[in-house]
Design a protein around this ligand. Structure first.
Ligand SMILES: [Zn+2]
Length: 482
């Protein structure tokens, strides 16, 4: 079986072949730390976390680099994002950066997004950025005007090859006021002269200033992964100009390809609309966590393909929460049965083991097909149906079988998808199971006391909630109606 990935650069699915056998270098554009991360960040970083987890599951030694942008990323208005945080909170720029970096990782930890191997900061790589600019000027790809340096897109004919945009088109579509310093409106800043009110500034051969946003990713990816490296990921909205600029400046300077595979994830929508502060539908992760469990949000994200847009709505989140609970119940039931299980398998169980292996193969096939988590989640549900049938069969189940089921859940649902924790915490959601058991016990007692009407009412009310009781000689069993 081969792993295939959709490469935005070639616009097709390709077999994944790393630069160095058995190793993968992956870089993903990280957050600009000036305010709390929102649901869109949640989708992006869950998507790439799952890709990294799967590459590791596939046996690759992965180095995952994700930068922290703490300088140079301007808003459309031209305002520096970090400075917006400074004005809002009346603290030092580096306090803003520190505060929102911590809060970002808090959110990611909650979503069970594993920390990148390296989280380099733009502000910690200013000398390297200056060196790259110097090289580009020397090679004739960049020019200095009034203390700022621009990349000259006309000198690099391949500019726009990722997004497929042509320079002429850019000119026509350009709404931005033409900067008289630029030779061409599409030229982009490598270094900007700092105006007197700009606090975050560094000395350079062109005077005091700060790097253009695109530059940091060229530097921090190749510094830690080499050039070319394997995978560059990021949100679709960054394909142009950000990623096209990264390619242009890195390839012009080094004369070799920047990276081999470009992976772009689709945007998160809110009830069919793009999420935007001006639309009043902007939801931070911390706000979302007040309403839904972070793992349910993660599970919701994985229910779609990473390249597709994903529509966030209350109904969709409730469905995801219920789905995840169903998985957790099954896993929990297996783990509880395991505590009292004996060893020794019979032929039925050996047949079941074969089924487990089939499910594992299907899961790997789904993930090998450009990380199709939606299909992989489907396999977990199929598995869970089989597991529930086995658990409900009333037969003894051996230790070996239960361990095999639990292992498979730990690998596929835990290690790869990150939605089945080693210990399923009995929070409010985890209380449901014991509460159902309590109601069943109460119903038994009502029946013993011959209060048939009340006992039937309990059963009927549970059925309304989707919980079906089956009376058996050994006592009532329950299952969720599917
Ligand atoms: Zn970037």
């Amino acid at each position: 079986m081969t792993l295939k990935v959709y490469n935005s650069l070639t616009r097709q699915k390709e077999e994944f072949v790393p630069v160095q056998e058995g190793q993968v270098g992956i870089y993903v554009c990280g957050p600009t730390v000036y305010e709390d991360a929102h649901l869109g960040h949640g989708k992006t970083y869950v998507n790439f976390d799952t890709i990294v987890r799967y590459l590791r599951y596939r046996g690759y030694k992965v180095r995952y680099v994700q930068n922290i942008t703490d300088v140079g990323h301007l808003l459309d208005s031209g305002e520096d994002r970090i400075m917006r945080g400074v004005r809002r909170e009346r603290i030092e720029p580096m306090e803003v950066v520190e505060k929102y970096t911590r809060r970002y990782f808090e959110d990611m930890d909650a979503l069970n997004v594993l920390r990148p191997d390296i989280s380099p900061r733009a502000s910690g790589h200013i000398p390297e950025q200056i060196e790259l600019i110097k090289a580009l000027i020397e090679k004739g790809y960049a020019y200095e005007v009034n203390g700022s340096v621009y990349f000259e897109v006309a000198r690099w004919p391949e500019y726009g090859k990722l997004s497929g945009r042509r320079v002429e088109e850019l000119m026509e579509g350009s709404r931005v006021e033409v900067n008289p310093d630029k030779r061409h409106p599409a030229d982009f800043a490598l270094w900007r002269r700092a105006e007197p009110e700009h606090i975050m500034r560094w000395p350079s051969p062109w005077g005091w200033g700060f790097p253009g946003w695109h530059l940091e990713c060229s530097i921090m990816s190749t510094k830690y992964l080499g050039q070319p490296f394997d995978i560059h990921g990021g949100g679709l909205e960054n394909k142009f100009p950000h990623h096209d600029c990264e390619i242009a400046q890195s390839e012009a300077a080094a004369g070799v390809p920047f990276c081999h595979y470009w992976l772009h994830n689709g945007m998160l929508m809110i009830s069919g609309e793009e999420m935007h502060k001006s639309l009043g539908n902007f939801v931070t992760l911390k706000e979302a966590f007040e309403q839904y469990s972070p793992l349910a949000i993660r599970f919701f994200v994985l229910g779609g393909h990473y390249r597709s847009p994903l529509d966030f709505s209350e109904t969709a989140l409730q469905a995801a929460s219920k789905g995840l609970e169903r998985l957790h119940w099954a896993v929990q039931a297996v783990r509880e049965r395991l505590l009292a299980a004996d060893s020794g398998t019979d032929s039925t169980e050996r047949a079941f083991m074969a089924k487990l292996a089939e499910h594992k193969v299907r899961f790997v096939e789904a993930m090998d097909d450009d990380f199709n988590t939606a299909a992989a989640v489907g396999v977990l549900f199929d598995l869970t149906r089989e597991v529930n049938t086995l658990l409900d069969s009333g037969e003894e189940i051996s230790q070996e079988t239960l361990v095999a089921i639990d292992d498979l859940y730990r690998q596929l649902g835990g290690d790869v998808l990150g939605v089945i924790p080693d210990e399923i915490v009995k929070g409010v959601a985890g209380l449901e199971q014991p509460l159902i058991e309590l109601l069943i016990e109460t119903r038994e007692k009502l029946r013993e006391a011959q209060k048939w009407d009340l006992a039937d009412e309990v059963r009927a009310r549970l059925a309304e909630l989707g919980i079906v009781l089956e009376d058996r000689p050994e006592g009532a069993r329950w299952r969720i109606s599917r």
